[in-house]
Design a protein around this ligand. Structure first.
Ligand code: ADP
Ligand code: MG
Length: 358
């Protein structure tokens, strides 16, 4: 649906997009994820036609977008804070985009009603727009964008102004809506959890570049760099020494884990200036409770810190032989004690869940 070929954008001297390549497929829920200022909005605006690019190509539905104005593109955008008309009703706001539509008024009214139903605002048409809550306003914004039947819906941090509960509810509704209408959604967000929950695929951006473009599971399990690993969830790093490499396997030695044989699939490309490290997520290590047997390997450890979250407990533990502690997350189970600092515990782990950052 959209293809970027070596897209660069300068604002004066400032190099905002630095060689963007990638494809967004028809009908997918795609997210641009990255810290504030990395170029997400700029990239989204190049799709909409609100921003010229300095070099490269943006293809939309197979056609070069160069010189095509925003109002001639099959895209529509929903903004973080929705500029709506407070003195109009909800249906007047939604129908505003149809004012130049030659269809008879009854058909337009039907389209407005359909759009309102789609976003869960059936029956709200006659209400005054200024009386709506934040979440309802974002629904009006969505209805107003969808009524124009775009092929691509562009969403620039549409949920970031909502409180946590409302945001989570709207995330689920947006997923449902995207499945229902079947068009391509492109979401800009700086919230990694939001991107993981909602997206078919995610482009992780830093400083005007795409660092990794993949599905959520790949990004989480196989981040291609320490930077991506740190931006998405929590990743433990343990210094490691590469002993030997041959064909498809790498022999590594690391504190606490000893000698390991890892496959090429566990080795994260991009060699860096930093020393090699073993990486693993907090949930890949498990504290064994009375009598539980490890599936694979196990090591003795000392609990150094305990953070209780109700449904989860985070433990910082030092496996015997480690100089630094690592974070483990455990789901709390009824009847099982939360361990105290200083407790000696048996920790199960599996070499298959470890990755190597070169
Ligand atoms: P994000 O959406 O990821 O937070 P933006 O795409 O808005 O980032 O901005 C990327 C960088 O480009 C930022 O450093 C921002 O200050 C700069 N920038 C954005 N728009 C302009 C502009 N119109 N003129 C100059 N610099 C801009
Ligand atoms: Mg932005």
């Amino acid at each position: 649906m959209i293809e970027f070929r070596d897209v660069h954008k300068y604002y004066g001297d400032y190099h905002a997009l630095r060689g963007i390549n990638g494809t967004i497929r028809e009908g997918e829920f795609f997210s641009l994820l990255g810290p504030s200022g990395c170029g997400k909005t700029t990239l989204l605006r190049t799709i909409a036609g609100f921003e010229d690019i300095s070099s490269g190509v943006v293809l939309l539905d197979g056609k070069d977008t160069a010189g095509v104005p925003a109002n001639k593109r099959p895209t529509n955008m929903v903004f973080q804070s929705y500029a709506f008309f407070p003195h109009l009703t909800v249906e007047e706001n939604v129908g505003f985009g149809l004012r130049k539509d030659p269809r008879p008024a009854t058909e337009k009214a039907k389209a407005v009603a359909e759009a309102l139903e789609m976003v869960g605002l059936k029956g709200y048409g006659k209400r005054a727009a200024h009386a709506l809550s934040g979440g309802q306003r974002q629904r009006v914004a969505l209805a107003r964008a969808l009524i124009l039947k775009p092929k691509v819906l562009l969403l620039d941090e549409p949920l970031s102004a909502l409180d946590k509960k409302m945001r989570e509810q709207m995330q689920v509704e947006l997923i449902r809506l995207q499945r229902q209408v079947g068009i391509t959604f492109i979401l800009v967000t700086h919230d990694q959890e939001e991107a993981l929950v909602m997206s078919d695929r995610i482009a992780v951006m830093f400083e005007g570049e795409i660092a990794q473009l993949a599905d959520p599971e790949t990004l989480y399990r196989r981040p291609n760099s320490r930077k991506v690993a740190n931006f998405i969830g929590t990743m433990n790093f343990m210094p490691a020494k590469i002993i030997s490499e041959s064909g498809d396997t790498v022999e590594v030695e690391s504190q606490g884990f000893g000698k390991l044989t890892l496959t090429a699939g566990q080795c994260m490309g991009i060699p860096s200036a930093e020393a090699p490290a073993i990486g693993f997520r907090p949930e890949t290590l498990t504290i064994l409770f009375d009598g539980q047997q490890p599936q694979d390997r196990d090591s003795m450890a000392t609990v150094e810190e305990v953070v209780y979250y109700g449904d989860m407990t985070y433990y910082d533990v030092k496996l015997d032989g480690m100089d630094q502690s690592v974070r483990i997350s455990m789901r709390n189970v009824f009847g099982r004690p939360v361990l105290d600092i200083g407790t000696r515990a048996r920790v199960a782990w599996s070499p298959g869940a470890l990755v190597l950052f070169r």
